[in-house]
Design a protein around this ligand. Structure first.
Ligand code: PGA
Length: 249
């Protein structure tokens, strides 16, 4: 059995005081929850406040992005050492908003994934098709390409901590959710790509999250699908009650 992972992606919302408020309200709501792993990924400047607030709780903290080089003249970037130094254990890589607006490519996703695994962070690698690709029947091709390139030249041993999030871009922030069946089909394809890259054993234990308009109202139906090993939640993770309701679906 794969333990589910429910992750919050706060995107560019909340200042450090908002993060503290969130945890003050959120932690009591999930205090005795051990069925699933819980991760919150705030903006970089909120990380120290989030780590401090979530200390000795059942909630882990992650970054929303990272650079693959250890250090250097890369203005505006954050390294794995920096994420680790402030207490992060997880990092989101290749979110579709990074791909769409900030020039993230399959190749930079691969570089980041290698660096995150090397550093001992748990990477949450995002893949997913845009609406035009789905409508043109290209979903499988896109997912195959994204996985193949992301997983390139990484050994099964190194990939042990890998987590993948299937996030159909047309479902992100739109209120449109993939049906559990549609998500399950995509997850099976991703799992078979992972099997090709890393072998059946790792593919069997690989957690594949679903993301895209996950809400308290649809969390149960999605999480009941055997292929879905958790959720990556944007909008509905900003409110402590609604994120807690998703965690406890
Ligand atoms: P959403 O975002 O839940 O607001 O659709 C999900 C994501 O972008 O990870």
């Amino acid at each position: 059995m794969r333990k589910k992972l429910i992750a919050a992606n706060w995107k560019m919302y909340k200042v450090p005081d908002d993060a503290r408020d969130f945890f003050r309200n959120f932690l009591p709501l999930v205090a005795d929850h051990s069925r699933d792993e819980i991760v919150v990924c705030p903006p970089f400047v909120d990380l120290p406040a989030a780590v401090e607030s979530a200390k000795s709780s059942n909630v882990a903290i992650g970054g929303q992005d990272m650079h693959w080089e250890k250090e250097g003249a890369f203005t505006g970037e954050v390294s794995t050492a920096m994420l680790l130094a402030v207490g992060c254990t997880h990092v989101i890589i290749g979110h579709s908003e990074r791909r769409q607006y900030f020039g993230e490519t399959d190749d930079t996703v691969n570089l980041k994934l290698k660096a995150a695994l090397e550093a001992g962070l748990t990477p949450i690698v995002c893949v997913g098709e845009v609406l035009e690709e789905r409508e043109a029947g290209l979903t499988d091709d896109v997912l195959r390409r994204q996985c193949l390139r992301a997983f390139h030249a990484i050994s099964a041993k190194k990939a042990a901590k890998l987590v993948v999030a299937y996030e159909p871009v047309w479902a992100i922030g739109t209120g449109k959710t993939a049906t559990p069946q549609l998500a399950a089909d995509a997850h099976q394809l991703i799992r078979s790509e992972a099997a090709k890259a890393f072998g059946e054993k790792l593919a069997d234990s690989l957690r594949i999250l679903y993301g895209g308009s996950v809400k308290p109202e649809n969390a149960k139906a999605l999480m009941s699908e055997e292929e879905i090993d958790g959720a990556l939640v944007g909008g509905a993770s900003l409110d402590p009650k609604s994120f807690a309701a998703i965690v406890k679906y």
